[in-house]
Design a protein around this ligand. Structure first.
Ligand code: AMP
Length: 245
């Protein structure tokens, strides 16, 4: 939020009417703080370091500018998002799909290890305009020559500190070194340990730094709790909780 009385609108951030209509239909009324700060910077084409956690609305903060800049008629891969886990890759790809609704057929492909590679190969052959993947599987596709980065204009590192923690940092660097300039690079991370700062220094060009506090959550009304249970008991326990609550 700004200091002004009226909150910033998505329209003021410069998004296309098709995207604005979709956001309204999704029930997004105003941008979250990270969206308010990030969207104009990315639309402008600048590199960015965003210190933000999950739950702040960071996915839309990078997905909307990517969709805004996408050339729908060009079937080649124009944006690449690196994510630490299969779950996050799927979730981010899903978010792209829902935000792209008003833009016609936009192809978004999640690629991650553990899933049959044949399906991903066929999809890549047909052309995936946005690829969201885990570093290991992305490198696999690069080595096979099935993923081509020549048309990539934007690269996003999502949850960079998690990729570091999981030992993917060399893979991340290798992928970054294969995307030619000029390109736009956005790095999101909840924390900024040394190796992440080094990546930023080496691979980002004069980045704008944006920080949002954890308390600026997109969904403050949602209370989260967890319970440790053995895998086989998960369903039973869940059913009991639903009955009780
Ligand atoms: P994220 O931090 O990207 O995982 O987003 C957290 C949740 O907030 C997701 O369920 C989004 O659909 C939702 N969200 C993101 N931006 C907005 C917004 N401007 N208004 C309402 N909900 C939002």
């Amino acid at each position: 939020m700004t200091d002004e009385q009226t909150p910033t609108t998505f329209e003021q951030l410069g998004l296309r009417p098709e995207l604005l209509a979709t956001l309204t239909s999704l029930g997004y009324e105003v941008p979250t703080p990270i969206q308010e700060k990030t969207i104009p910077v990315l639309i402008e084409g600048r590199d960015l370091i965003g210190q933000a956690q999950t739950g702040t609305g960071k996915t839309a903060a990078f997905a909307l500018p990517i969709l805004q800049q996408l050339d729908a008629a060009d079937r080649s891969t124009q944006a690449l998002v690196l994510a630490p886990t299969r779950e996050l890759a799927m979730q981010v790809a899903e978010a792209f799909h829902s935000y792209a609704r008003g833009l016609g057929p936009i192809s978004v492909l999640p690629v991650y290890g553990g899933a049959p590679i044949q399906l991903q190969l066929r999809h890549l052959e047909r052309g995936a305009q946005i690829v969201v993947g885990t570093p290991g599987r992305l490198i696999d596709h690069l080595e096979r020559g099935t993923l081509k980065l020549a048309s990539v204009r934007t690269v996003v590192l999502d949850e960079a500190d998690e990729m570091l923690r999981m030992g993917f940092i060399d893979d991340v660097e290798m992928i970054l070194s294969k995307v030619a300039a000029p390109r736009q690079t956005a790095l999101f991370s909840a924390t900024m340990p040394q190796p992440i700062q080094r990546i930023a220094a080496r691979h980002l060009l004069d980045p704008v730094r944006i920080e949002v506090e954890h308390k600026t959550m997109a969904a403050p009304a949602i209370e989260q709790r967890f319970l440790n249970v053995a895998e086989p008991q998960k369903l039973d326990v869940l059913v009991r909780i639903l009955e009780l609550e």
